[in-house]
Design a protein around this ligand. Structure first.
Ligand code: ADP
Ligand code: SF4
Length: 687
């Protein structure tokens, strides 16, 4: 690191109990959809974080016992010694780069549903299980509490034997029994574990003491604690009981990992919390109460903010989950003064959605995330070019930009042609919508990189025809021409019978609204059979502009997909607050004489709604005309990529662009045969 690096404070080593972190970059525990199901993939991903300079690399919540069974989710698992080798892969991968490995032990109480183990669910008192399963957890008696302490202690010893340096006690996200005991609405006990705060904290105190006694000579004991539930007086608040808990336990752990809960508050999207460092107001008191090091999060990507947080005494460690996912090499880039090269998290929570869908983590900004082991992808390294071949990429949306950037990194001569006056494609349109401004980082990062490469040329306002392409005489062509939104109302629910639209009111597509066209008059019907974020965002935009909006969808909630990005409740609340008239479980039936027909999704019963305009958001149409016209024209390579090949998320488009660049000039048979590595369960005699 250069001596004058103004970020040098971030690279000081920090002692955590008996171990020492090489710097202040701390990847806090985060789920990754790999866990015990895909231990090699998990190990490789965490190893890359260590290689990228994270001084502490944590795994994810790690079940200590079958009564805390999060199946079918692929979290960490340490039920018994057979789980050690899988975790050892990770600790070895992290240690290889001189970083510390941390494990987040957990008992999830009534948050686990024990679907695999069929064990009883446990809680401080009688209560329903978390979620919508019609089952209950039972009150833990004294024997259960003794068992829990033993399970936790044994798991801590197994964690140490797996090579972990930092071992967590976890009371956060409203997902763990230690926290459940602290919260008055979950703990109505009349014994020494209920009542006063001191009693409600007793279990956590015992777990911390047990862990220290079991492994504290060699491992640091970390405590992850949610200081505020963000419910005001209806929940635990940092200013009151949150602080009191820190006071009660101040010197007991070797490290405080503090945040807010629930998960949707901790991992806020930029749509609902644009401010990086948004947790500082809640957690800044902690360092005044304890002498132990403190780590905190809040989508921290700005090195200046990191330095100021350390210098102001708010934290000792810069905590990150999402910023480390978007850029595993963030610390190294700061260390080497390559600040402009940081791939900043856009706060979209596509990473979160993957975990919730029980598949390996993915990231909009970092297409290599989750592919470190199965495809061998590295976020900063790519094979150099195999020849002097030239490459033309048509369309500078996320797919075209990523493809062009990676091709240029490989060393090929790259020409990128864009029809519009601006690069970015759908990202430019979508990032101009309410709350999505940070998404433009997808374009900024790639443009910054491309502009520095002498082997990349960009042509704007160049809507290429097949003749133009052939005239350029570049034999390798990647077509990333994207999609446009259809506006005929045809989608999932109307596939069998196309809605009849008589032209009595103007009808717009999502693209029209994003381009600033119409509607001039309301009431405007927004019909959503896409279920992503777009329809909700457009409803918000139009309602904010003063339009009377009717939002209809066949789904049971607004913007259904957004529950996977932890936003759905906020999306729906915002539309309600904006006065949007929400009609759930209704299928669009057509428009006749200024009346829209909405059919009940269950009974087919029809409702007529008077409207002055409509925005029909159902599906997109792939732009394949150029690709089709180039087929059979003798090009060496002709590939359709991104949304034009498969409409999906921005993350999918970036991924497709990345994949195309990686696979260029590889033999098709090799690419085909490879597909990706899988972790297949090995059958042993033991079973
Ligand atoms: P993706 O998500 O796959 O990257 P987008 O829809 O975001 O797709 O971007 C596609 C881009 O391609 C848009 O910016 C569009 O202007 C551009 N484009 C479409 N057709 C052509 C063409 N014939 N020549 C040049 N650019 C094109
Ligand atoms: Fe950030 Fe989105 Fe990547 Fe998650 S998926 S790390 S929120 S950019």
């Amino acid at each position: 690191m250069p001596d004058d690096n103004r970020y040098s404070v971030l690279f000081e080593s920090v002692k955590i109990g008996p171990v020492t972190a090489p710097n202040r970059f701390y990847q806090v525990p985060h789920c990754d959809g790999m866990g015990y199901v895909r231990p090699r993939a998990e190990a490789a991903m965490r190893g890359i974080k260590a290689e990228g300079g994270w001084g502490v690399v944590s795994n994810q919540e790690t079940e200590i016992h079958p009564t805390s069974d999060l199946s079918p989710f692929a979290e960490g698992r340490l039920w018994d010694a057979r789980d050690i080798p899988g975790l050892r892969l990770m600790t070895d991968a992290v240690h290889e780069h001189g970083s510390l490995a941390a494990v987040e032990l957990v008992h999830n109480g009534n948050h686990s549903q024990n679907l695999l183990s069929r064990a009883p669910m446990l809680a401080p008192g009688e209560m329903s299980v978390d979620g919508s399963l019609p089952k209950q957890a039972r009150t833990m008696d004294k024997q259960d509490l003794r068992n829990l302490r033993r399970w936790h202690r044994d798991a801590a010893i197994r964690a140490r034997d797996a090579g972990f340096d930092v071992i967590y006690v976890y009371a956060g996200h409203n997902m763990t029994v230690a926290q459940h005991f602290m919260l008055p609405h979950m703990n109505d006990r009349s014994d020494e574990y209920g009542g006063s705060l001191e009693n409600r904290v007793r279990l956590t105190r015992e777990l911390l003491e047990d862990t220290r006694e079991a492994v504290g000579d060699t491992c640091a004991v970390a405590f992850r604690f949610a200081v505020d539930e963000m419910l005001g007086r209806d929940g635990m608040q940092a200013a009151e009981e949150g602080r009191a808990v820190v006071e009660l336990l101040a010197e007991l752990p070797d490290l405080w990992d503090v945040n807010v809960c629930e998960w949707a508050n901790d991992s806020m999207t930029t749509r609902f919390q644009p401010q990086d460092g948004y947790q500082n107001d809640y957690i800044s008191f902690v360092k005044q109460v304890t002498t132990k090091p403190v780590v905190a999060v809040g989508r921290l990507t700005s090195p200046d903010m990191m330095v100021s947080m350390v210098n102001k005494g708010i934290v000792d460690f810069i905590g990150a989950a999402r910023p480390s996912i978007a850029d595993p090499f963030l610390p190294k880039k700061i260390e080497e003064g390559r600040i402009e090269e940081i791939r900043e998290c856009i706060g979209c929570n596509i990473c979160v959605s993957a975990d919730s869908q029980q598949v390996p983590i993915r990231c909009t900004q970092n297409p290599t995330m989750g592919e470190e082991w199965r495809r061998g992808w590295h976020p900063e390294k790519i094979l150099p070019k195999k020849s002097e071949a030239e490459v033309l990429i048509v369309g500078a949306g996320p797919a075209g930009l990523e493809c062009a950037m990676q091709m240029a990194r490989r060393g090929y001569e790259v020409t990128l042609a864009e029809a519009g006056a601006e690069v970015g494609g759908r990202v430019i349109a979508e990032s101009a919508m309410p709350g999505l401004g940070a998404w433009k980082r997808v374009v900024d990062y790639r443009m910054n990189d491309l502009q520095q490469r002498a082997n990349a040329r960009l042509f704007m306002e160049s809507a290429l025809t097949a003749e133009d392409v052939l005239e350029l005489d570049i034999p390798n062509v990647f077509v990333a021409t994207g999609t446009h939104w259809r506006k005929d109302g045809i989608g999932r629910a109307t596939q069998r019978s196309a809605p009849e639209i008589d032209g009595s009111v103007p009808v717009f597509s999502a693209g029209d609204i994003m381009a600033g066209q119409g509607p001039d008059a309301g009431p405007v019907l927004i019909y959503d059979d896409d279920h992503g974020y777009i329809a909700g965002v457009l409803a918000e935009k139009l309602a904010e502009a003063g339009q009377q909006v009717i939002f209809a969808t066949p789904e049971t909630m607004v913007s259904h997909f957004t529950h996977l990005t932890l936003e759905q409740h906020r999306v729906q609340a915002r539309l309600i607050e904006l006065g949007v008239d929400i009609r759930l479980t209704h299928v669009f039936g057509g428009i006749q004489s200024g009346q829209a027909t909405l059919n009940c999704a269950y009974t087919g019963r029809t409702t007529q709604v008077e409207i002055a305009s409509a925005v029909l958001i159902t599906q997109r149409v792939r732009e394949t005309a150029l690709y089709d016209a180039l087929k059979g024209k003798g090009l060496t390579t002709l590939e359709l990529i991104g949304d034009a090949a498969n409409p999906g998320f921005i993350a999918d488009a970036v991924y497709a662009g990345h994949m195309a660049a990686r696979n260029f000039e590889r033999h098709p048979a090799e690419v085909d045969a490879e597909w990706f590595r899988r972790e297949i369960t090995a059958l042993t005699d033991e079973g």
